[in-house]
Design a protein around this ligand. Structure first.
Ligand code: 4AD
Ligand code: MG
Length: 472
């Protein structure tokens, strides 16, 4: 493949050499005898300035795709170190400026969501996607360094891991009978709508399957799509999102799980912060961007993030809600031990009290799913939620209940059948060489939102899905 514009600009590519570049026209500026066109090929936030004759401008409108041959040279002008002196330019795809929906000026997010198939052409959306890519690569690097095995888990499942009743049920679109003449004739009896022997759902989390794999491979992780029929229309919920999940054996302290989460996110932050061009684009129009960048740099520093138990968090929230100072940030919902933290409580804890990321640990068992390990108090579970400024809950994890009897009683409390088809296999894992283990799940779009200072996760995924919204 020929070099991308990013490679040309960054690698100290031989100047004075002849190059071929493909890209889209970002802008054209005419002068008396010559013209300047900015080309972008999606590889970086900066464009490549092409210098041409006015006679070569035919069809060069914003958005047109072109192939250019020319000399890559040191620029004599200000604003760019290198430029392309064009020998010849071919328009490969015209773009009619009268009807092209992506005009140059900043476009409102709602307008871009309505044009989801074109929005990656804006500098902002393209920068978010490149930042997203850097974060993925940083995370893979982290897990490789710690000898985790990257695994794939099924998207079709038979259980609701989180027990929140937010699953999408799947059925075949055709009700035609199975072909009973072929090699799979044995399936003929398995008729729709139950295509499989039991109801099939899109996964809400890979955790239970990861636990099965961690019982052999010891350290596993995955980055996979998760699906939730979320009713809440907030800036942090999608119907389809990606979750980074890791699970590993021989861990016995919830704080050790927190430490690994913290280390992997810090690596990602350091990597994300290094995408300076993308950050420059994203900073445009964001109030307080400098401050956000500084707080991300603080978060990436070696100093450990804050930790507090749920019980301590409730005490702090309670103190605040009764204090006079609470007027600046007053709660709609009163914090109370035994009740879920509301997003306003989570924001206050990380943005006001701690002013940075905070792990809240040891929630009441009644607020959490069946698989979390019971603490000795018989009341709380060995778990955490990681709360970060502007986003709220970024990740959640726990030690898993590896003891057979406590697991059975937790399942009974959640009305789950420990012997049945759905969870029998999960209970089985505790019968054959059970290892103490733990893990976590991190909402990948929320990480992108935090690192990029983009308010809504709908902009942090290439093509978003949320309630009542599936444009392409
Ligand atoms: O807190 P959750 O529901 O935890 C689990 O699913 C565990 N089984 C994970 C594990 O331990 N392996 O989801 C984990 C994270 C949340 O902290 C949040 O960041 C993200 O997934 N998340 C969502 N992100 C976008 N849209 C949604 N609808 C999300 N629901 C959860
Ligand atoms: Mg959670």
């Amino acid at each position: 493949l020929p070099p991308t514009i990013r490679q040309l600009l960054s690698s100290g590519h031989n100047t004075e050499s002849k190059v071929q570049v493909h890209g889209w026209i970002k802008s054209v500026r005419r002068q008396k005898n010559i013209a300047f066109a900015v080309l972008n090929d999606g590889s970086c936030a900066s464009g490549l300035q092409a210098v041409l004759h006015n006679s070569q401008l035919k069809g060069l409108t914003n958005g047109a795709s072109v192939r250019v041959f020319g000399s890559f040279v040191d620029s004599r002008g200000k604003g760019q170190a290198k430029e392309l002196h064009v020998d010849s330019i071919d328009v490969l795809g015209e773009c009619d400026p009268e009807i092209y929906p992506i005009q140059k000026q900043a476009l409102p997010v709602d307008y871009l969501r309505d044009h989801a198939h074109l929005r990656a052409r804006t500098d902002t959306n393209a920068s978010i996607l490149r930042l997203r890519d850097s974060l993925i690569k940083a995370l893979h690097g982290f897990y490789e360094k710690h000898d985790f095995c990257y695994v794939h888990t099924p998207v079709l499942t038979s259980s609701d891991c989180e027990g929140a009743g937010e699953t999408f049920r799947v059925s075949p679109s055709s009700s035609a009978p199975f072909d009973s003449s072929g090699p799979f004739s044995g399936l003929a009896a398995a008729q729709s709508p139950e295509f499989f022997s039991k109801p099939a759902y899109l996964t809400v989390s890979s955790q239970l399957h990861l636990e099965a794999l961690a019982s052999s491979l010891a350290r596993v992780y995955t980055l996979s799509p998760c699906f939730r029929a979320e009713r809440s229309q907030t800036n942090r919920h999608l119907a389809e999102f990606w979750m980074l999940e890791a699970e590993w054996a021989w861990t016995r302290e919830v704080n050790d799980v927190c430490k690994l989460v913290e280390a992997c996110i810090k690596d990602a932050l350091i990597f994300g912060n290094s995408r300076e061009d993308e950050r420059r684009v994203l900073a445009k129009g964001v109030l307080g961007y400098e401050e956000r960048l500084r707080s991300l740099e603080d978060a990436a520093a070696p100093k450990p993030w804050a930790r507090m138990t749920y019980t301590e968090a409730i005490a702090e929230l309670d103190k605040h809600s009764t204090a006079a100072a609470s007027k600046a940030f007053s709660f709609q919902f009163k914090p109370k031990w035994g009740r879920a933290l509301q997003s306003e409580h989570e924001r206050w804890l990380s943005e006001v009290l701690v002013k940075g990321p905070v792990f809240v640990t040891d929630y009441p068992s009644t607020l959490k799913p069946f698989y979390m390990r019971m603490n000795d108090d018989g009341n709380t579970v060995a778990c955490f939620d990681l709360l970060v400024p502007h986003v709220g809950e970024l990740a959640g994890g726990s030690l898993r209940e590896e003891r057979l009897d406590p697991l059975r009683s937790r399942m009974a409390a959640h009305d789950l059948d420990a012997e049945g088809d759905e969870y029998g296999w999960y209970v089985d894992l505790r019968k054959f060489g059970a290892a103490p283990h733990g893990g976590f799940g991190l909402g990948f779009e929320r990480l992108v939102s935090w690192v990029s200072a983009v308010e809504n996760v709908r902009e942090c995924i290439p093509i978003p899905r949320w309630a009542k919204r599936m444009l392409l």
